[in-house]
Write a protein that binds this ligand. Sequence first.
Ligand code: A2P
Length: 274
Amino acid sequence: MSSVAATDEAPETAEFPIPAGVFAEKVTAVKHYTDRLFSFRMTRPQSFRFRSGEFVTIGLPNAVKPVFRAYSIASPAWDEELEFFSIKVPGGPLTEHLQKIKPGDTVLMRKKPTGTLVHDALVPGKRLYLFSTGTGIAPFASVIRDPETYEKFDQVILTQTCRENAELNYGRELVETTRNDELMSEFVGDKLLFHASSTREGEPRGERVTKLIESGKLFSDLGIAPLNPETDRAMICGSMAMLREIEGLLQARGFEEGANNKPGTYVVERAFVD
Ligand code: A2P
């Protein structure tokens, strides 16, 4: 007599019904950057609207009750597809499986986008700083590809701090393609600046963006004036420690946090941190 052991883990081939009230979209492209990072694109539901910088929750149809996690939409609001930039967490309930997706696979997405890294949460200014670590660059991949960003600001300064050099490649490619894109180059001109640093690799070793702000090296490297709450606005996305430190630096310089219902001079996304 043979018996099948009951396990919590469903076989990869099992089919589950799509839960009510979620979109089921098809993966169109996947690109792996390192053993910790990958990006993917998928179809966009025709009725789905969002503001550049917002996030959604996504999951996989691999269980009766799929695990959903918050993901920034990395593509801009005008793009006909949706793009995401993800970490691969060993044993992570979603990313363990998500990192294996291929074109044609299904990804689930809840219908309501939300978030604070949006123009509506900032008062008008001249320069926009976008501070990120790791996959925290994802919402800014959306913001820097939105023409509205360049209509509202004279200069856009994107920073990314990662552990390893190869982790900066998504951002490098993004900035390069945005500057050269047929549609976007007209808006971007020479307004978009990018400062990338890797802290655990490279000679000379890069520094955390917090250090670079404190020492002033960020501004001298880019040839721009230091942070000024009169003219500058900022968005922050990264680990909790990084958010806290950048907030401290901004507040010490007179910046005030904004929200959708009360715009300010800087905004933070806390949806992705523990
Ligand atoms: P470091 O290598 O000095 O820890 P993580 O993968 O741990 O989230 O880190 C991603 C990047 O963010 C790393 O380069 C890391 O630097 C940097 N980082 C970590 N904590 C902070 C912080 N409080 N402020 C700025 N950068 C940080």
